[in-house]
Design a protein around this ligand. Structure first.
Ligand code: NDP
Length: 280
C-alpha cells in the first residue's frame, strides 16, 4: 500500500512507477500546462501523464525543466508517460511517433509509452514497434491503454513482451472488476484514467458521507479508494490547491465497509468511449 506521494509499485520488468501522478488531458499548451506540471513537481509529484494527442507535450517538457530546477531533483527522479495516437499506429509510424514525442518533450527517454487505443487491425503492428523501442532501451516500460480482456488476449497470441501497464477508465461508476482481476492475474499494472469521472462524482451523497467521516474531500476519498485497490492513478487539475489536495491522501484509511460502499456505486457508466466502439 502506498505510504506517500513518492511511493512506487514495481512493474513486471522491475521498473518502479509512482502510485499517484498528474494527468494533463485538456490542459492547454503554453503557460497553463507548464504551470500545472511545475506545480505538481514542486509539490512532490513524481509522475506526469501526457499523450501526443493532448497537444501539450512541449509545455509538459518545459514544466518538467522548471519543476526539476525548482525542486532540485533530476530527470531520473521523475516518471514520464506518453502515448502513441491512433493515426500514428503501425510499425514505422509508431517508431517515428515516439521520436517525435521525445523531441517535443525535449527528453532523452520516456519511462512509459502506451498504445493509446486498440485500433482494429493496427494495434499488433504498433505493439511490435513498442517492443522494438523497448528492446533498443529507448523506453523504460511499455504498455497499453483502453484494452479490454479480449484485446490483451489477442496480443498475447503473437508477442513475447506482455504490456506492463493497462491504463483504462476507472472510477466508482466503472469499477472494471473482470478487467482488473485479469490484469492482476497477468502481472499487468492497472492504471486509472478519469479517476474523478471528470468531476461528475463530486456531489455524490455516499461519497460525501464517507468524506465527512474523515474530514476529507470526495476527490481525496476516490483517490484513496484507487490506491487501496492497488490501482495507479493520475487525477488531473490545473489548480494549485487541488493538485496539492489530491496528493494529501496518505493520512487516512478507508475501512472495508467504505471500500464496499464505493464499489457498490458501480453502474458500468463511462465518460469516455467504449474501447470496442470508438470512431477516432
Ligand atoms: P479526472 O477524473 O482526473 O478529473 C479532472 C476534473 O476534475 C477537472 O475538471 C478538474 O478541474 C477536476 N478536479 C480535479 N481535482 C479536483 C478536486 N480535488 N476537487 C474538485 N475538482 C477537481 O479527469 P481526466 O479525464 O483529466 O483524467 C485524468 C488523466 O487521465 C488525464 O488528465 C489523462 O492524463 C488521463 N486520461 C487518459 C485517457 C486514455 O485514453 N488513456 C483518457 C482520459 C484521460 P480543475 O483542473 O479545474 O481542477
Amino acid at each position: 500500500m502506498a505510504k506517500n506521494l513518492q511511493d512506487t509499485v514495481t512493474l513486471a520488468n522491475g521498473v518502479k512507477i509512482p502510485w499517484l501522478g498528474l494527468g494533463v488531458f485538456k490542459v492547454k499548451e503554453g503557460r497553463e500546462v507548464v504551470d500545472a506540471v511545475r506545480t505538481a513537481i514542486t509539490s512532490g509529484y513524481r509522475s506526469i501523464d501526457t499523450a501526443a494527442i493532448y497537444g501539450n507535450e512541449e509545455g509538459v517538457g518545459q514544466g518538467i525543466k522548471e519543476g526539476l530546477k525548482e525542486a532540485g531533483i533530476s530527470r531520473e527522479d521523475l516518471f514520464v508517460t506518453s502515448k502513441v495516437w491512433n493515426a500514428d499506429q503501425g510499425y514505422e509510424s509508431t517508431l517515428a511517433a515516439y521520436t517525435a514525442s521525445l523531441k517535443r518533450l525535449d527528453l532523452d527517454y520516456l519511462d512509459l509509452y502506451l498504445i493509446h487505443w486498440p485500433v482494429k487491425g493496427k494495434y499488433k503492428e504498433t505493439w511490435r514497434a513498442m517492443e522494438t523501442i523497448y528492446n533498443e532501451a529507448k523506453v523504460r516500460a511499455i504498455g497499453v491503454s483502453n484494452f479490454h480482456v479480449h484485446h490483451l488476449k489477442d496480443l498475447f497470441q503473437d508477442f513475447k513482451i506482455k504490456p506492463m501497464v493497462n491504463q483504462v477508465e476507472y472510477h466508482p461508476r466503472l469499477v472494471q472488476k473482470e478487467l482488473r482481476a485479469f490484469c492482476k492475474e497477468q502481472g499487468i499494472q492497472f492504471e486509472a484514467w478519469s479517476p474523478l469521472m471528470q468531476g461528475k462524482l463530486l456531489d455524490n451523497p455516499t461519497l460525501q458521507e464517507i468524506a465527512n467521516k474523515y474530514g476529507k474531500s470526495i476527490a481525496q476519498v476516490i483517490i484513496r479508494w484507487d490506491l487501496q485497490n492497488g490501482v495507479v492513478t493520475i487525477p488531473k487539475s490545473i489548480k494549485e490547491h487541488r493538485i496539492i489536495e489530491n496528493s494529501n491522501v496518505f493520512d487516512f484509511e478507508l475501512t472495508k465497509e467504505d471500500m464496499e460502499q464505493i464499489d457498490a456505486l458501480n453502474q458500468n457508466q463511462r465518460v469516455g468511449s467504449d474501447p470496442d466502439n470508438f470512431n477516432f
